[in-house]
Ligand binder design. Structure first.
Ligand SMILES: [Zn+2]
Length: 303
């Protein structure tokens, strides 16, 4: 059978259109160069998922339990079974509780913690699963810079801890403090560090703490977020990661008062569930508007 030139052309056109539609559906043609930072809805605890434009993924803390797995399924495709970097800011249960499951179920590239230990079952479980995983074990110290996406210029600065943690009694104050940078946009993650550590950061980094988004320290507790610290960081938005009706009373009225007075937008996992930010490298606009599944903006959330 002789196939005419026109027929071949129309078949080729059809194939081309089909490929185009499939690619468009899968987002292959309209890949947006954003950095995603999602504060997962893990209840009373912290877990932050970060994905650079090139697909490199990082998790900062794993929440109190395996609810982190459910949350990760909202931000990662089901076939993705690897995470490049897993950070444990400090060994309290509300930060490392979900990490054993992560080491168990995902292939972790690098595991970063401070080396500070805890005499608890969950810490031992974390330590065991971490050691038996194939992850590179790295100890965090200030001055480290973790490149997530060299081409797009996304990196993470380790601001704390410094040399010795031996004198620090409160485990919260041993928290790894990270600043995620993408162009003119920054996100500051302070774990559960208290005002005492904030004061240290102010003296060491000063204006270089400035960030568009700040995760309020210690779930919005009054032990963190001094007025001076907030002023220097100068965040457009703050995020509170805490559980509904938590027994600690987080976030505290005092902290909300300080933030409201300062004028930052307040986002909370208590009211919004997962809170996601999409940061674009737009130098003029900085961060573009947030797109998220359920997000409430508490303009008038006064204590
Ligand atoms: Zn905590």
């Amino acid at each position: 059978m002789k196939i005419g030139y026109k027929k071949i052309l129309s078949i080729a056109t059809l194939i081309f259109v089909a490929i185009f539609i499939i690619s468009f559906e899968k987002g292959l043609l309209n890949k947006v160069e954003y950095l995603q930072v999602s504060f997962l809805d893990v209840g009373q605890g912290d877990s932050v998922f970060i994905e650079a434009p090139n697909g490199v993924q990082m998790i900062v803390d794993g929440g109190p339990d395996d609810s982190v797995l459910r949350e990760l399924s909202k931000v990662m495709p089901f076939w993705d079974r690897s995470i490049d970097i897993v950070v444990a800011t400090h060994p309290d249960k509300d930060h490392i509780g979900g990490l054993p499951e992560i080491f168990q179920r995902f292939k972790v590239g690098t595991s970063l913690d401070t080396g500070v230990t805890s005499d608890t079952g969950i810490y031992n479980e974390y330590k065991k699963r971490r050691a038996s995983s194939s992850a590179n074990l790295v100890q965090a110290h200030s001055g480290q810079v973790i490149s997530l996406d060299e081409k797009s210029g996304v990196y993470v600065e380790v601001l704390f801890p410094g040399e010795s943690l031996n004198e620090i009694k409160d485990k919260n104050d041993t928290s790894i403090i990270l600043r995620v940078v993408y162009g003119e946009s920054e996100v500051l993650l302070t774990g559960d560090a208290s005002v005492k550590i904030e004061r240290f950061l102010l003296s060491k980094y000063g204006k270089n703490l400035e960030s568009d988004i700040l995760k309020l320290g210690h779930h919005g507790s009054k032990t963190s977020t001094s007025k001076e610290f907030l002023e220097k960081v100068n965040p457009e938005s703050v995020v509170i990661s805490a559980g509904v009706d938590n027994s600690y009373g987080h976030p505290s009225k005092e902290t909300l008062y300080i933030v409201n007075n300062f004028g930052s937008k307040i986002y909370s996992t208590i009211d919004s569930g997962i809170v996601s930010f999409y940061l674009y490298p737009d130098i003029i606009e900085g961060i573009k508007p947030y797109i998220t599944t359920s997000l409430e903006y508490h303009e008038n959330w006064l204590p």
